[in-house]
Design a protein around this ligand. Structure first.
Ligand code: EPZ
Length: 422
């Protein structure tokens, strides 16, 4: 397994291009199942999760080709050969469950493995099931697979979700585009990735309104046609790299960044003493003075502070002036980066869903281990600002969500290299 060697090397200066959003692409790709005409995505990120979704769609009989070094994904599910999403693929990537809604809508049946738990939590699918059953699907759990049927087709309904789940919103909205009648989805998730999905579905002929608000209304149509859609900028990659100059000093411009994608996050950075300003080509970030101040963070569904930036924010708070309390309200076990940061000299106490970070002057480089996607990049950030060398092992986690990390950080002056594993 590869590892990444980072050496604290002072302020960072220059530009980092931000890629298309992994979590938008992972819901846009299954949308191809809704139509027999081609769907093409541009500005797609080059990530292992995208390769996993490609393999899953191909296992269903869809044609998927990555063009222009993976930045364009051309898909066609003209004739599918299977409606079974196998455990082997789903267990590797939970987002595989996003084929459930589209398969049900197009073919009236789907067999999708439950994803199983992952490092950050149990991650059940009860909210997906409740929403699709509201549209008339019959779903039963057998041998670890959800067996879903809607042989007479799905029917529009009014449904209120108990929690604003991102994936459940995406599955229900995609299914409702081909249901008979109108669906009103209440307490829907409002993430920019959902807005991006709806914009793509609308280009395919779907009748949808209210995306980005808690209530989304979908008028079912008989069929959807093909489209070409540009994947929205990745707000989590954006937020991650905004922290690089915040931690190391210097000034970095994040190309493609937009304030509207990271408002709650940018507000917290401002309160901590980090300046964020919009430029013609993105967001420019620098520290206002020598040391950032501690701020408290609570993770919430969008537009609140994103759970996917909690680990990275914790890395910043490790050397902030004061005490920061981070409360993780979305996942039940998302502090696995904390003990690794403690190995680097951080002062962190975790009690249940709350981590209390008392800032220290500077972290010290150490060998640390990545445990999940966002934890891995928080360790890279910590290593950039630490004294000495940090080796982050198990970086396959990183490859799931961050393309060309070494190249992007080297480009702004970081001392970082990838060490090939044995
Ligand atoms: C999406 O996961 C993202 N993944 C996650 O990003 C992100 O952390 C999460 O949304 C929250 O923003 C993709 O978009 C591919 P949820 P998802 O359904 O849809 C519970 C990353 O790092 N829940 O909003 O799975 C669930 O257990 C990944 O890129 C149920 O209880 O998130 C969790 O505690 C990690 N029942 C909470 O809701 C359900 O049926 C939020 O889950 C579904 C979810």
């Amino acid at each position: 397994m590869d590892s990444i060697l980072v050496t604290g090397n002072g302020p960072l200066n220059g530009q980092i291009p931000i890629a298309g959003a992994k979590n938008a692409c992972l819901t846009l790709m299954p949308a191809t199942l809704l139509s027999e005409e081609p769907l093409t995505l541009t500005n797609a990120p080059r990530l292992s999760d995208i390769k996993t979704m490609t393999a899953l769609l191909q296992s269903l009989g869809a044609e998927v080709s990555a063009l222009q070094d993976g930045q364009v994904i051309a898909m066609s599910s003209h004739s599918l050969t299977s409606h079974v999403a196998d455990y082997d693929i789903v267990r590797k990537m939970r987002a595989s469950n996003l084929v459930l809604g589209p398969l049900l809508a197009r073919f009236g049946q789907a067999v999708v493995s439950l994803p199983g738990g992952c490092a950050i939590g149990a991650r059940p699918m009860d909210l997906h099931v409740e929403g699709l059953e509201a549209l008339g699907a019959e779903i039963e759990l057998k041998d670890g697979y959800l067996h879903a049927k809607a042989l007479g087709g799905l029917k529009g309904a009014v449904h209120e979700m108990r929690f604003a789940s991102v994936g459940a919103t995406e599955n229900i909205v995609m299914a409702a585009t081909l249901a008979k009648g109108t669906t009103v989805l209440k307490n829907a998730a409002r993430e920019p990735e959902i807005v991006d999905l709806v914009e793509c579905l609308r280009k395919m002929g779907a009748q949808i309104s209210g995306e980005g608000s808690p209530t989304i209304e979908i008028q079912g149509v008989d069929r959807l046609h093909g489209a070409t859609h540009q994947v929205v900028t990745d707000r989590i990659e954006l937020g991650t790299y905004m922290l690089a100059p915040a931690m190391c000093g210097g000034e970095v411009e994040l190309l493609g960044g937009r304030m509207s994608l990271v408002e709650a996050f940018a507000a917290k950075l401002d309160a901590a003493g980090v300046s964020v300003s919009e430029t013609q080509s993105g967001l420019k970030v620098s520290r206002k003075n020598g040391r950032v101040s501690a701020v408290d963070v609570v993770t919430e569904p969008f537009p609140g502070f994103p759970t996917d930036l909690q680990a990275q924010m914790m890395a910043l708070m490790c050397t902030a002036d004061g005490v920061s309390v981070l409360e993780e309200r979305i996942f039940e076990n998302r502090f696995m980066h904390a003990p690794e940061l403690v190995r680097m000299g951080a002062n962190i106490e975790v009690h249940g869903g709350t981590a209390t970070v008392t800032g220290v002057e500077r972290l010290k480089g150490a060998p640390v281990m990545a445990t999940d996607l966002r934890a891995s990049v928080s360790l890279i950030l910590a290593g950039l600002a630490a004294e000495g060398e940090t080796t982050v092992s198990r970086v396959y986690h990183l490859d799931r969500g961050y393309e060309h990390v070494v190249r992007k950080l080297e480009g702004v002056g970081a001392k970082i290299e990838r060490i090939k594993g044995q």
